[in-house]
Ligand binder design. Structure first.
Ligand SMILES: [Zn+2]
Length: 391
């Protein structure tokens, strides 16, 4: 009953814009080698299109797809249909999704919205999900957030960040003939979103992107928690951006991932800095090793060693920590989780819960940035080139 209600609500959300929806091609299971998989229609209606021929798929049909001599061999309920270079599963209804189950052990089955295009590349199946932009965005948001909230405004924010990345990187896989892969190389995408608030966030922010004062799309970096102060982008990646500058962030204070601690053997801690060329017998260095503090604000280095390097070498949650001697160990008292650049997800949730509008959150975390609504039907032209500055 709950599932039916959810599905009806999702149809309602997507119905108004489905008529002239823009679709993109996303390569799915891009880091997996699949020789055989089965397709089952989970919801809605599908037809297989092979050249000019069309075959209707019924609800309980199992369509087997396997690599055979550089073609896709198709079997429906175990009867052989034929082998083809390309086949498309085209959705017919208002809302459609399917289940894809790879035969290989350890590769999970997943559900996807809209259409599927199958071909063979290097003796393996190449699976392309042809999907409406907003449904793809919802899928990415669901893969990147951890169900910590039901606040639609927060999912709008996440959706806008994902949309910015998509539009800035639309040509990343141009040579491969699709727009995005589903790995971290592009944006992690593990199938369709099924949380209603996530889908609402994507559709309610349709066409909205974040631009700087010159009207260009911006890098919308985010992390879990800033620890109370965000970081300049150049302090992490050496490249400065005017919208990614350090600022005090009280919204992240006290949230779930705000504090952490880690104990490191004093000997290991000293040897680490010795390996960086420091004279650890020097009294002032000895003192700094156990009394380093960022209580008055974030620093970039500790004894000349970049904090981003220390974070990486000791697998720390953040670079925002103080040191304290604790028996034969050094205790690191840390704040925040992640690189600290751009939007703090927990800070954003806190702002939304306090009643701030989602555009206020964007303006807080991305200095000088504004939201712009693009004419969705003008976003892609016939050759799939992105049009942003249509004015
Ligand atoms: Zn990619």
């Amino acid at each position: 009953m709950k599932l039916l209600k959810t599905i009806i609500l999702i149809i309602f959300i997507t119905l108004s814009i489905s008529a002239n929806a823009q679709k993109i091609n996303v390569r799915i299971y891009s880091d997996k080698q699949i020789k055989e998989a089965s397709f089952v229609s989970s919801f809605g209606r599908y037809k297989i299109k092979i050249g000019e021929k069309e075959i209707s798929i019924h609800k309980a049909d199992i369509v087997k797809l396997r690599n055979k001599a550089d073609k896709v061999e198709v079997l429906i309920n175990d009867s052989l249909i034929g082998s083809y270079k390309n086949i498309c599963f085209n959705s017919q209804g208002l809302m459609n999704f399917f289940l894809i189950s790879p035969k290989e052990n350890g590769i999970p089955e997943r559900r996807y919205d809209d259409n599927l295009i199958v071909s063979v590349e290097n003796n393996h199946l190449k699976l392309i999900n042809n999907i409406e932009i907003e449904s793809y965005i919802a899928g990415v948001v669901q893969a990147e957030t951890w169900g910590a909230t039901k606040n639609v405004d927060f999912f709008k924010l996440q959706a806008i960040c994902v949309r910015n990345y998509l539009f800035m990187n639309m040509n990343k896989h141009k040579k491969d003939n699709y727009h995005m892969c589903d790995g971290v190389h592009c944006q992690a995408y593990k199938g369709r979103a099924n949380q209603v608030e996530v889908i609402q966030g994507a559709y309610n922010s349709k066409g909205e992107v974040i631009i700087d004062s010159a009207g260009n799309l911006i890098e919308t970096l985010f992390h879990a928690n800033s620890g109370g102060e965000t970081v300049n982008s150049e302090d992490v990646w050496s490249k400065p951006f005017s919208h990614l500058v350090s600022k005090k962030d009280t919204f992240s204070v006290g949230m779930k991932a705000y504090e952490w601690e880690k104990y490191i053997r004093l000997r290991d801690w000293r040897n680490y800095f010795k390996s960086k060329g420091l004279d650890i017998k020097d009294d002032s260095i000895k003192n700094e090793l156990i009394n380093f503090s960022q209580k008055n604000g974030r620093k970039k280095e500790m004894l000349g060693v970049p904090l981003v390097q220390i974070r990486k070498d000791f697998s720390l949650r953040s670079t925002f920590f103080d040191c304290q001697l604790w028996g034969s160990e050094v205790r690191l008292n840390g704040r925040g989780y992640g690189h600290g650049v751009g939007m703090s997800q927990e800070g954003a949730i806190n702002m939304c819960d306090q009643g701030y509008e989602y555009w206020q959150v964007i303006e807080f975390y991305y200095s000088g940035a504004k939201i712009k609504r693009l004419e969705i039907d003008k976003i892609l032209n016939k050759t799939n080139q992105l049009i942003i500055n249509e004015n």
